[in-house]
Design a protein around this ligand. Structure first.
Ligand SMILES: NC(=O)c1ccc[n+]([C@@H]2O[C@H](COP(=O)([O-])OP(=O)(O)OC[C@H]3O[C@@H](n4cnc5c(N)ncnc54)[C@H](O)[C@@H]3O)[C@@H](O)[C@H]2O)c1
Length: 311
């Protein structure tokens, strides 16, 4: 394993600033780079908000939190990433933008710097087309909020070296995360499952079977509760495979198989309702409800994490 010291995060949006905290918590100095100064300002605000929750939950003392924050610097100039040993890219989910970013980045960083993309499901092999020495490139897919959720999917593209995947796994373990290495299939594993649930949820609302609030309650008070401890295969084993087999037989034919986004999701997108980040999505986040929901989410996730993993 190469010695990893200097960490860089590219893209200071919803994911980037929180990922920086996960590295800084382990003592790594982290540069958070974004091409847009306004994004860096927003990231500083998010960092403060997340740290308040960590201190409130007793995960860090005020002093530890200040030390963590002092390890994170914010950069507008891509040339400042020249000393990077390990970079996670979390810029917008568009292949052409990622390509243009990696072309610029590879002129700046050393050939042996490990580069990872936090793409939600774009092909790692395709992104790698813009990476020089693509054997040092892999997918490192975190889940929101990345400083709290344990899972990291590690994706090996066609050219990713075994040592690179192992190095990414090693660093994920050092951060106290649960890494899982998966194949470079569209949307990997996490988002295939998540999108299947989203598609059926939209379908249920579209068909008038239940409201979005009711669907959220079903997830929170039953399936999510269960899945926090047991996966779908374990759950079926516990319930009895004959039972699940019979339910599958009469339910599968009725499930949604739409090939395009639709319904409430399409309506929100058409009306520029992008969620918490711009004040409205399926629900309303105006007048401070955005900060409130992030605070509540982090407090609940930290409690859950303590309960499940003792940390
Ligand atoms: N939001 C999630 O729940 C989530 C979860 C897992 C993975 N991801 C993935 O992480 C990545 C980032 O997602 P996000 O939700 O943080 O997005 P976001 O829109 O909140 O942030 C993206 C950031 O990238 C910056 N950016 C855009 N072009 C850039 C460029 N050329 N150079 C540098 N910075 C640039 C933007 O200014 C913005 O700050 C995406 O690939 C996304 O699919 C998101």
């Amino acid at each position: 394993m190469k010695e990893i010291r200097n960490i860089a995060i590219a893209g200071a949006g919803t994911m980037g600033s929180s990922m920086a905290q996960a590295f800084a918590k382990c003592g790594y100095p982290v540069k958070v780079y974004d091409a847009f100064p306004a994004a860096l300002e927003k990231a500083k605000h998010l960092l403060k908000l997340n740290q308040e929750s960590e201190v409130k939950a007793g995960n860090l003392t005020e002093e530890e939190s200040l030390k963590l924050q002092s390890l994170i610097t914010f950069e507008e100039d891509i040339n400042s990433l020249a000393d990077t040993d390990f970079l996670v890219e979390a810029i917008v989910e568009r292949l052409e933008i990622k390509h243009s970013f990696y072309s610029s980045l590879c002129k700046v960083v050393r050939e042996d710097a490990i580069l990872c993309s936090n793409t939600s499901g774009l092909s790692i092999t395709k992104i790698a087309e813009a990476v020089s020495a693509p054997q040092r490139f892999a997918g490192m897919h975190w889940m929101n909020p990345p400083h709290i959720i344990p899972l990291i999917e590690i994706i090996r593209g066609e050219q990713t070296a075994e040592e690179t995947a192992e190095q990414v796994k090693d660093i994920a373990l050092k951060l106290g995360k649960k890494p899982v290495i998966v194949k470079d299939a569209p949307s990997f594993v996490l988002n295939r499952l998540q999108q299947a649930i989203l598609r059926e949820s939209l379908h249920i609302v579209n068909e008038g079977i239940a409201s979005p609030e009711a669907v959220d309650d079903v997830m929170k008070y039953a399936l999510g509760f269960r899945y926090a401890c047991f996966g779908p295969f374990e759950t079926c084993d516990l319930g009895g495979l004959d039972i699940h087999y019979n339910i599958s037989k009469y339910t599968f034919p009725d499930l949604c198989d739409a090939k395009e986004p639709f319904g409430l999701l399409q309506e929100c997108i058409d009306n520029n309702r992008l969620g918490v980040k711009n004040g409205a999505g399926f629900y309303d986040y105006s007048n401070g409800k955005d900060d409130e929901v992030i605070r509540r989410r982090d407090e609940m996730f930290l409690k859950l994490s303590k309960c499940l993993f003792g940390e």
